[in-house]
Design a protein around this ligand. Structure first.
Ligand code: SF4
Length: 210
């Protein structure tokens, strides 16, 4: 890939943002939830699982336990039994139980609103914390999943060296007040337009000109 100037990149970024705004003026949050806690649990469940599957399982789980205290009372084994269809259930059930216990014992039953406190919880990495900060607490964040990471590199917005680098690059390129919407728009675009198989880039609304 040829090196591109900062101006080229920011013009390209503006154009991509306009296309995404036209395609996705509204960006509903894909994971169903009622509050910050249920969103946090849903995001933990979504690792290597589709949002559709998570949205099928969370109503069953939250009917039994929709608060951290109730989740602790439910216990790891029962959590694991309910969430098994989401995959990785031994690890995810321990994470959900552990983070719920921590919220009860250290945060008065409320999901904390700092990256440091969120990332100190079992099962919560930077991406999960970013989703919660962004979608539950309204804090500007840019959660980068594998799709955003791949597309940012494909569109020449980042070197694609690491997820951390992609997050830094996208935050530097796009205005802060667009981050929360943009990360969802890119996810929606990736799901709709970017098939896993080989395809014709000439008909793509973005890759046809980047
Ligand atoms: S060509 Fe379009 S559909 Fe394919 S990866 Fe690029 S953005 Fe996605």
């Amino acid at each position: 890939m040829n090196p591109v100037s900062t101006t080229d990149v920011s013009e390209k970024a503006d154009k991509i943002r306009k296309i995404l705004d036209d395609l996705y003026p509204e960006v509903p949050i894909p994971l169903q939830h009622q509050d910050a806690y249920t969103l946090l649990v849903a995001v933990v469940l979504s690792a290597q699982c589709t949002d559709e599957r998570v949205n099928q399982i969370t109503p069953i789980l939250f009917a039994k336990a929709a608060t951290p205290a109730d989740m602790v009372a439910l216990g790891v084994e029962e959590i694991q039994r309910i969430i098994r269809p989401c995959g990785l259930s031994p690890m995810k059930s321990k994470g959900i139980y552990g983070l719920s216990k921590m919220i009860v014992e250290q945060h008065n039953g409320q999901v904390p609103a700092t990256f440091k406190e969120l990332e100190a919880m079992p099962g919560v990495g930077h991406k999960t914390a970013s989703v919660v900060m962004s979608q539950a607490h309204g804090f500007p964040a840019f959660p980068v999943d594998t799709h955003i990471h791949r597309l940012a590199a494909r569109w020449g917005l980042s070197s694609g060296k690491s997820v951390e680098q992609t997050e830094r690059d996208l935050k530097a390129i796009f205005p802060e007040d667009t981050w929360n919407k943009l990360h969802l728009q890119i996810i929606y675009f990736g799901r709709q337009y970017c098939p896993a198989r080989v395809h014709d880039v000439k008909i793509c609304p973005i890759c046809s000109w980047v």
